[in-house]
Write a protein that binds this ligand. Sequence first.
Ligand SMILES: C[S@@+](CC[C@H](N)C(=O)[O-])C[C@H]1O[C@@H](n2cnc3c(N)ncnc32)[C@H](O)[C@@H]1O
Length: 250
Amino acid sequence: MSERFYSDAALYDRLFPGGVQAVDFYRAAADRQGGCVLELGCGTGQKLIPIASDGHPCVGLELSPHMLAEARRKADERRVEVEWVQGDMREFDLGRSFDLVFVAANSLLHLHEADDLVGCFRSVRRHLAPGARLVFDVFNPSVRMLAQADGVRRRRDALSFVDPDRGVVHVDVAETYDAAAQVTRGTWYFSTATEADFAVAPLEIRSIFPQELPLLLSLGGLRVVERFGTWSRTRLTADAPLQLYVCEAN
Ligand SMILES: C[S@@+](CC[C@H](N)C(=O)[O-])C[C@H]1O[C@@H](n2cnc3c(N)ncnc32)[C@H](O)[C@@H]1O
């Protein structure tokens, strides 16, 4: 349902240029673990290309051929070697193990069913070398924020960006929250001063609440070693922006 959102990978990179703190966090995790790194839902390689440039053998698994093509183009441009694999993180078999598996920037929230999440965690478990870790970040859902998703189209000024060809791009979003499914269903509208809605794409993102995650992980054969609420490793509290998990095999 969100495939169209990722069909213009260059637009994605301008909309979400990737936070320095997030890149540094995953780079440090790769350095700490040493060895081989696998990113699931790697997108255009915002985190994986810097990690590969640090000297780690890296594999990026990604569903969207458009995101993967942009990742490959950027890595080639920077002369960085990464093995790019088109695949589905719900169930995969790469036939080898890794020292760090990570899932960054809410990619896990594209898995809406509990079975999909458990399937993903089981696949991760099968790919963990002895002592390896799974690290991932998802947003920390606040009921107040979810309740604001009332279906009304609104401008998100903080998301405006400059496209070298089009100029300033404004972003509007209309969202509703399906509480039974725990899924926020949005439509994203991209416009310039001269071209209204030149791109319109649906985006559906699940919420995973903090008490759910240890259970889902344990069904996948994993356990939580540490969890944080920010990139600077502070505690996961009610108003923390993030849920950042470090896990290992059970
Ligand atoms: C929010 S982007 C994050 C990309 C990247 N991790 C980053 O940090 O920039 C989510 C990515 O997950 C990918 N994705 C969604 N469902 C997937 C699946 N089932 N298997 C693999 N990748 C998936 C999307 O195509 C998209 O590239």
